[in-house]
Design a protein around this ligand. Structure first.
Ligand SMILES: *Cc1c(COP(=O)(O)O)cnc(C)c1O
Ligand SMILES: [Zn+2]
Length: 556
C-alpha cells in the first residue's frame, strides 16, 4: 500500500525513511503518514473480517511495506473487558477496559516496538537508542532481540530495578542516568547524535503514532462486535465508538496516535464520531494537565517531578502539548491529574473489584476516571474505554505495605511429631484474627453485592447479609455486628422500624448504623432518623471516600 510522509507545518510530502526525522523543507519534526484511504476502505470492506485479530490486520494503514511474521510476538488484539462491578460502583455502567496487559511485554508499548523495529529491519538499520521510563525499553528490547538489532536503553536511576533487569535480560545495553527523565532523554540524544544512531523520539516518531492507532481500530471493531453497528442520521451503518478514551500519559504519544486512528476511520466513513480524549497525569508531574487547566497555549515544564510513578515522569512535553491539546479541545475532552495516593488506591480497587492487577501508571488512569465521573464531566450514560497496562511488581510496597503475608514456619520434625501434626500446628499460626463484622440489610441483591464488594475492596471484614428488615433484625440481635448498613424501604419491616427495635434493646442500642437509601428522604423522615444513625448515604454514591472513611471510623 502506498503512503507518504506529510509535514504538519508546511504540508511538504516525502517518502518514508526511518532515519530521516525532519521535514527537508522546513526542518519540522512533526510529520504524519498519509495513505490512500479510498483504496484502503475498499480492501477492508471485503477482507478485514477474515483476518487474525492482531495489529497486522490493519497492515494497509501501517508504514511497513512487507510485514515480517518472523518478528511478531503476537502484538495487538488485546481484549476489551467490560468492568461490570466498577461500573456499578461508579454509576457508569458502560465501562470497558482495553486490557493492554495482555500484550507480549504487558504494556501498549508492544505496539510501538513491533512497528518501529519492523520499519528499522526493513530499512536495514541494526542499532538504535531509546530513552525510557521502563516500559518502552522493555518492549523495544524484546523486539530488538528478535530482530537482531542492538538497543541502547537510557533509563533514569529511579526506574525500578526489576524493570532494568528485564531490559538487560533481553541483551540490551542499559545506561542508567542519575537525573530526571528529561535529562536521560538529553543524554540519549547526544549519544545517538555522536554515533549517528536511530533514536526513538516519542510522539514525534512516525512509527509510534502509527502503532498507537491500532488501539483505536480495535476498540471500534470490538464495540461493534459487542453491541452492533450504529446507524447514522443519514442512514449509513458505521462502526461503534466510545464516548471517551481515557489513558494515563507521560509524553502523550498514546492518545495522539489513538486520535489519529479514529480520525482515519472517520475519513474512510467507517465511523461517525471520534471519542473525547481524557489524558490523565500524575499530579507531581502534570505539565500538560496543569497548563490546560490554566488555558495556556504552551506547557510550563516541571523541572523536578514529584511522583513515585516513574513511568509518567515527562516534565517537559514540548510541542506534544499543543498537538494533544488541540485533539482534546476538538473532541471536547479533558486533561486531569491525580495524586499518587489516589492512583495506588485505584489500583487496589481495580484488582479487588475486577480481578485485574495493573501497574501504578494505569492506576493514574483509573483514578482520573473516578475524578471525571465525580465531577460530572464523564456522564453516567457515556461509554468509556480505559487503557490498562501491567507490570505490577514495583507497586507492591506502596499499596500493600509490609503486612500483607502470613508466614507459616514448617516445624522441623521431631521423633514424636508426625509430619501431619507439624503441618496442622503450623497452619494454626495462620488462623485469622477476628475481622470487624458488618451487617448489610438491604432487599435488592444487586445493591447488597455491590456494597459487599466495595467493603471488601478496602479491607478485611466479615460481612453478613439480610434481605429484609425482619431477617436483618434477627441477624443483628444474634451476631451483634460492629456496624449495620441499612436500607430504608424494605418488605416485612422497614428501616425505621429496625432502628426503633435496635434502640429499644440495650444489647444493640449502641451499634452504629449507616443508612443507604436510593430514595430522597422527606424532611419528616430525616427528622425521625436524627440522632438515631451515624450517616445517611445515597446509593450510587459509594466510591465516595466519605462512605469508606465513615465505615473505617465507625468500626475502630
Ligand atoms: C508509556 C506509558 C504511559 C504513557 O504513555 P504516553 O502516551 O506515551 O504518554 C502510560 N501508562 C503506561 C503503563 C505506559 O507504559
Ligand atoms: Zn515542513
Amino acid at each position: 500500500m502506498s503512503f507518504v510522509i506529510k509535514c504538519m507545518d508546511c504540508n511538504h510530502t516525502t517518502n518514508y525513511y526511518p532515519s530521516s526525522t525532519t521535514c527537508p523543507r522546513c526542518d519540522s519534526q512533526w510529520r504524519e503518514v498519509e495513505y490512500d484511504y479510498e483504496e484502503v476502505k475498499k480492501i477492508w470492506e471485503t477482507q478485514l473480517k477474515n483476518r487474525n485479530f492482531n495489529l497486522w490486520r490493519y497492515k494497509e494503514l501501517l508504514p511497513i511495506r512487507n510485514p515480517n511474521p518472523a518478528l511478531s510476538l503476537g502484538e495487538g488484539g488485546t481484549p476489551l473487558i467490560q468492568a461490570v462491578n466498577l461500573g456499578l460502583m461508579l454509576g457508569c455502567q458502560n465501562l470497558y477496559i482495553k486490557d493492554e496487559r495482555q500484550g507480549p511485554t504487558s504494556s501498549f508499548k508492544d505496539r510501538q516496538a513491533s512497528i518501529t523495529i519492523s520499519a528499522l529491519k526493513e530499512a536495514g538499520i541494526t542499532e538504535m537508542v531509546a530513552a525510557s521510563t521502563g516500559n518502552v525499553a522493555i518492549a523495544y528490547s524484546a523486539y530488538a532481540a528478535r530482530a537482531g538489532i542492538k538497543l541502547w536503553a537510557f533509563v533514569t536511576s529511579l526506574v525500578p530495578a526489576v524493570k532494568m533487569r528485564e531490559i538487560a535480560l533481553y541483551g540490551s545495553q542499559v545506561v542508567k542516568v542519575t537525573g530526571s527523565y528529561d535529562q536521560a532523554k538529553q543524554v540519549a540524544s547526544e549519544f545517538a547524535r555522536q554515533r549517528n544512531l536511530y533514536q526513538d523520539m516519542g510522539a514525534r516518531t512516525i512509527t509510534s503514532i502509527e502503532a498507537m492507532k491500532t488501539i483505536a481500530f480495535e476498540i471500534a471493531e470490538q464495540l461493534t462486535n459487542l453491541h452492533g453497528p450504529v446507524i447514522t442520521e443519514d442512514g449509513r451503518s458505521v462502526m461503534r465508538t466510545p464516548d471517551w478514551y481515557v489513558q494515563a500519559i507521560s509524553g502523550g504519544m498514546g492518545p495522539i496516535g489513538v486520535y489519529k486512528g479514529f480520525r482515519e476511520l472517520k475519513q474512510m466513513g467507517m465511523i461517525d464520531k471520534i471519542p473525547a480524549l481524557a489524558p490523565i497525569q500524575a499530579a507531581g508531574c502534570a505539565p500538560m494537565a496543569d497548563s490546560w487547566k490554566q488555558g495556556l497555549e504552551t506547557a510550563t515544564p516541571v523541572k523536578n517531578p514529584k511522583t513515585h510513578i516513574e513511568t509518567l515522569a515527562t516534565g517537559d512535553p514540548g510541542r506534544a502539548y499543543q498537538v494533544l491539546k488541540s485533539r482534546v479541545d476538538e473532541t471536547h475532552g479533558a486533561f486531569e491529574s491525580v495524586s499518587d495516593e489516589d492512583a495506588f488506591r485505584a489500583m487496589h480497587v481495580l484488582a479487588k473489584m475486577e480481578g485485574i492487577s495493573a501497574e501504578p501508571a494505569a492506576g493514574v488512569a483509573f483514578a482520573g476516571l473516578f475524578q471525571l465521573i465525580r465531577a460530572g464531566i464523564i456522564k453516567p450514560t457515556d461509554t468509556v474505554v480505559i487503557n490498562c497496562t501491567g507490570h505490577t511488581m514495583p507497586a507492591e510496597q506502596f499499596i500493600l505495605g509490609d503486612n500483607w503475608t502470613r508466614d507459616v514456619v514448617f516445624p522441623t520434625a521431631t521423633k514424636l511429631d508426625t509430619p501431619e501434626d507439624g503441618l496442622l500446628s503450623a497452619l494454626n499460626q495462620v488462623a485469622p484474627e477476628r475481622f470487624p463484622k458488618i451487617a448489610i440489610v438491604e432487599d435488592t441483591l444487586e445493591a447488597r453485592r455491590l456494597i459487599r464488594r466495595i467493603l471488601q475492596s478496602q479491607g478485611s471484614f466479615t460481612i453478613l447479609e439480610a434481605s429484609n428488615g425482619r431477617e436483618g433484625l434477627d441477624l443483628i440481635q444474634k451476631e451483634l455486628p460492629d456496624l449495620v448498613i441499612l436500607d430504608m424501604m424494605m418488605p416485612e419491616m422497614d428501616g425505621f422500624s429496625v432502628i426503633e427495635a435496635l434502640k429499644a434493646n440495650p444489647q444493640t442500642a449502641s451499634i452504629p448504623v449507616i443508612v443507604a437509601t436510593a430514595k430522597e428522604l422527606t424532611m419528616d423522615e430525616k427528622k425521625r432518623l436524627d440522632g438515631q444513625i451515624q450517616a445517611l448515604m445515597q446509593k450510587g454514591d459509594f466510591l465516595n471516600d466519605e462512605f469508606l472513611d465513615e465505615v473505617r471510623s465507625l468500626i475502630k
